[in-house]
Design a protein. Structure first.
Length: 111
């Protein structure tokens, strides 16, 4: 069994500029190619749906932002502490309130 330490690869200062800073735009120009970006594994046992997922995730996120208003549940800052585990879950689950934007109510009701 081979376990790849994706945590250290994604935070390697030799590969990434400011690796701990949230900058999703770094992947737009193809900088994440090769084995620098490993969210779906690598090699023979890589996720067969990785290509589709990488294309669809941006569309899905865009639809969620476009169709809904998002708020925090409480006034406290969101805890971004990482938990333990192979997939690096959040230490505390994210809770958010969402409500449809006024311009989307009719569209969402008809689905």
């Amino acid at each position: 069994m081979l376990l790849v330490n994706t945590w250290s690869i994604h935070r390697d200062t030799k590969l990434w500029v400011e690796p701990t800073k949230f900058m999703p735009e770094r992947f737009e120009g193809g900088e994440g190619g090769g084995y620098k970006l490993l969210p779906f594994g690598a090699g023979r046992r890589a996720c067969p749906g990785a290509g589709l997922a990488k294309r669809i995730i941006g569309l899905t996120l865009g639809v969620l932002i476009q169709c809904f208003e998002w708020d925090r549940v409480s006034k406290e800052e969101i805890n971004l502490t990482e938990g333990t585990g192979l997939t690096m879950p959040k230490a505390e689950p994210l809770e958010a309130l969402c409500r449809p934007r006024q311009s989307m109510v009719n569209l969402l009701s008809s689905m």
